[in-house]
Design a binder for this molecule. Structure first.
Ligand code: NAP
Length: 344
């Protein structure tokens, strides 16, 4: 299967930028469907990239965007909902997570059927599980199951899974990716903690023993690109992890070392971690932590062999890669971040 043109949803984000650049570098034409064209400004400069603006949640818009493409990649995902209220309330269940992680994959599958697309790559997350206590992981798990099911549907018959109806095309070849936390120059994980450490004299740390296996964004992008026309990847679910496991407090200690500073890190007990998350939920503006994140962090976010790693997987080491950009974190680098966030 020769893939010459790909449509990407979520191409304007952190992983999207790395993936679109990797595809463009390999001469593949890329159509980025974005809610706002200006979110994709740096991508417009790449020679094989076309940016189309449209309502990503409208199936007719998806069909139009997919026409003429050989494959679709769905990266859309959010870590926090904009809806406030109890995590288990009905509006939470039907909120942004439902729309982005369950409804959207269902619409993407339907649009693939209508546009004649038979290759779909879907971004899930390590820990995604339809039975998870975390609404993020639960919705990601249901979305993943819908996509996996679509890859197995033998006919054009409409299917129903977890209450969501979908129509899949015969022979839709799907590949699902489940990364642990992803790091890179523009990530919102290491960079966030590095900035907090840089500017606060002491930092209370919720869930200090939470486990992660951070994976480099370029390795994630490469896993997608190398799978796209590889028949061996059809129907596969790959976990994506870096070479080492870390607890959250170990990651903080690495950051302190890399930044060359002395900071007091105060590990919180489980009960205080929960209340800290509850308190931060009410912080206006950008979310740092919610109780939903607290629930997600109760399960180690590491590769356990439940799903295979991609073939030839040699991921970059965090301690060797991250200092390159973390050491440059300063007040001035903050200004560039504000410009990026304002899409300027
Ligand atoms: N980063 C990680 O550590 C990590 C770990 C595991 C899994 N993942 C998954 O990887 C994917 C990409 O993550 P990322 O870090 O690149 O996220 P990101 O930087 O926040 O980008 C998310 C993308 O989704 C789009 N999007 C956000 N909310 C949307 C909505 N309501 N409707 C339509 N589009 C929406 C954004 O488009 P706009 O530009 O229009 O806002 C953006 O292109 C997600 O599915 C995420 O769950 C990420």
């Amino acid at each position: 299967m020769k893939i010459e043109k790909v449509c990407i949803l979520g191409g304007t984000g952190f992983v999207g930028h790395a993936l679109v650049s990797e595809l463009a570098a390999r001469g593949i034409q890329v159509r980025v469907l974005a809610r706002r064209r200006e979110h994709a400004k740096p991508l417009i400069l790449l020679p094989t990239v076309e940016v189309v603006e449209g309502d990503i949640h409208d199936e007719r818009v998806l069909v139009r965007a997919f026409e003429g493409c050989d494959a679709v990649i769905n990266l859309v995902g959010i870590l926090h909902e904009s809806i406030m209220g109890r995590v288990d309330s009905p509006e939470h269940r039907r909120g942004d997570f439902h729309q982005c992680h369950i409804e959207l994959p269902r619409k993407v599958i339907g649009a693939c059927a209508q546009a004649g697309i038979d290759r779909l790559l879907h971004m899930s997350a390590l820990g995604a599980d339809p039975t998870s206590r975390s609404a993020y992981q639960r919705s990601k798990g249901i979305g993943e199951a819908i996509v996996r099911e679509a890859g197995m549907v033998p006919t054009y018959e409409p299917g129903t899974l977890y209450g969501a109806k979908f129509t899949a095309r015969r022979g839709l070849h799907v590949t699902i990716f489940r990364p642990s936390v992803i790091f890179g120059p523009a990530d919102s994980f290491l960079n966030l903690f590095a900035r907090l450490l840089k500017f606060l004299p002491a930092i209370p740390l919720a869930c200090p023993q939470a486990q992660f296996q951070p994976v480099y964004v370029r390795d994630v992008a490469r896993a997608f690109v190398e799978s796209i026309d590889n028949p061996g990847a059809f129907g596969q679910t790959y976990d994506l992890c870096g070479p080492k496991r870390y607890t959250l407090i170990e990651l903080m200690q690495i950051l302190v070392h890399v930044l060359g500073i002395r900071r007091k890190i105060i590990p919180l007990t489980d009960r205080f971690s929960y209340w800290n998350a509850w308190l931060l939920e009410w912080k206006p503006g950008r979310k740092i932590m919610t109780r939903d994140n607290y629930y997600a962090m109760q399960i180690p976010n590491v590769c356990t062999g439940a799903h295979p790693l991609p073939p030839d997987w040699h991921p970059a080491d965090l301690e060797a890669t991250a200092p390159g950009w973390l050491q440059g974190i300063s007040q001035r680098s903050g200004y560039q971040r504000y410009r990026n966030r304002a899409h300027r």
